[in-house]
Design a protein around this ligand. Structure first.
Ligand SMILES: [Zn+2]
Length: 417
């Protein structure tokens, strides 16, 4: 027992920027920062939640995991896939189909079989995994829904998902009751406390989405109250372990976010003749026959920073008529992220990164003007906090989290990542 590696808790606070974490005086976060190794790390592109959570869970960029954006054109089924850019967008795409896409199909059909999730990797090695609320959850254990109409899914051994899937009865309240008051993080806290009390996992993925929800509304740098609620959800884990020092004796911790948040002042509806445009937050994709012509059609469009496409296998970055890859050097992992996004078989022929202060409206015309958004290559969208407590040096990219955890448990580190 003594030489068994400590269990690990991976805490993902959705949309948390490095600046907000570095300046926080929230007590549980402060405690973890003071006992760990911290750095800023890069997200993936497009820097939106489903793409980023897939990168965290699989240790790979979209060229490997296959999740391209919040909304995309499914070529084989000739239809839009919408993961929930907004409730209106979900409704516009068809609510039942949207929920099925974002919960079931994302994991079973859209997430590439070539990618391996951290749950699959650890459980193949005889370790036990648990996850709360994270949307990339593909695992080896079948879970039947608690709500009629939802099909069974395969997830980690212990799996809790917004009151819909619950592998154990924890007494947690319904996750959905009051989103704006942080009911989802409160649900996670109740389940997390239950799991830590029983200490039955090697890896717990503890996903806290309420911060991003608040930061979209209030803008980056303003969602202090929501960060306080995320902190309380972490404090619940410390308490359940018997206090701060016992918690650190028992667990290793990785804490990060999936992407940043950038201020939004203006919104644009992106339309290009001859293309299917899938736009959401600060990224868009164009599906069409002639990528160069489609990218050229965006010249002079003020909402567009860079239009990216492949020509003879090479990445082309077009900015207002100029084609110069050095423009990508100003962004964290700019060229590597652009290339990986373009090499995703589900991505559009042209990928669009929004200009500073701009957002693209979604299917329902929804935007976050006056608040915050993300999705672009820009540093504000793409830089995340990365903290390791007891697992050594934190990785420089969210794609390195899986390898860090695998190495902690002595598993071979995959070549990719
Ligand atoms: Zn997110």
């Amino acid at each position: 027992m003594t030489d068994r590696p400590k269990p690990v808790i991976l805490i993902v606070i959705d949309g948390l920027t490095p600046a907000m974490l570095e300046a926080t005086d929230a007590p549980a976060l402060r405690f973890l920062l003071e006992h760990g190794n911290y750095r800023r790390a890069a997200s993936t592109f497009p820097s939106v939640t489903p793409v980023c959570l897939a990168s965290i869970a699989t240790g790979a960029h979209p060229d490997v995991h296959g999740i391209p954006h919040l909304i995309w054109w499914n070529r084989s089924e000739q239809r839009l896939v919408e993961y929930g850019s907004s409730f209106g967008a979900l409704r516009a795409a068809g609510l039942v189909q949207g929920v099925r896409d974002s919960v079931v199909n994302l994991n079973e059909r859209h997430l590439s079989a070539r990618a391996e999730t951290v749950y699959e990797a650890l459980e193949a090695a005889g370790l036990s995994t648990a996850a709360i609320d994270i949307t990339t959850f593909r695992g080896r254990t079948r879970h039947v829904a608690r709500i009629p109409g939802f099909p069974a899914v395969y997830g980690p051994k212990q799996f809790f998902f917004y009151s819909v899937y619950e592998s154990d009865r924890t007494g947690a309240p319904l996750a959905w009751l009051n989103r704006s008051l942080g009911s989802i993080d409160a649900y996670a806290a109740t389940v997390g406390r239950w799991l830590v009390t029983r200490n039955s996992f090697d890896l717990l993925v503890y996903y806290l989405p309420d911060y991003d929800y608040a930061s979209h509304a209030l803008g980056p740098g303003a969602a202090h109250e929501a960060l306080g609620r995320a902190d309380a959800a972490i404090e619940a884990l410390l308490d359940a372990a018997g206090g701060r020092e016992p918690f650190l004796e028992r667990y290793g911790v990785v804490l990060c976010s999936d992407h940043g948040q950038a201020p939004v002042e203006r919104a644009a509806r992106l339309e290009v003749d001859g293309a299917i445009v899938t736009a959401s937050n600060r990224a868009a994709m164009l599906y069409g026959r002639d990528p160069r012509a489609l990218a050229t059609a965006l010249d002079g469009e003020p909402s567009v920073d860079v239009a990216l496409f492949l020509e003879d296998g090479r990445v082309i970055a077009r900015h207002n008529g100029d084609e110069d890859l050095t423009i990508l050097e100003q962004y964290p992992d700019g060229l590597a992220r652009a290339s990986a996004a373009l090499h995703n078989p589900n991505a559009g022929e042209v990928l669009v990164s929004a200009a500073e202060g701009w957002e693209f409206v979604d299917l329902a015309g929804h935007h976050h003007v006056g608040g915050g958004s993300h999705g672009a290559l820009a540093r504000a969208d793409s830089e995340v906090p990365m903290l390791s407590v007891g697992l050594g040096e934190p990785p420089s990219s969210i794609t390195g989290v899986k390898a860090l955890i695998a190495a902690h448990f002595g598993l071979p580190t995959p070549a990719r990542g």
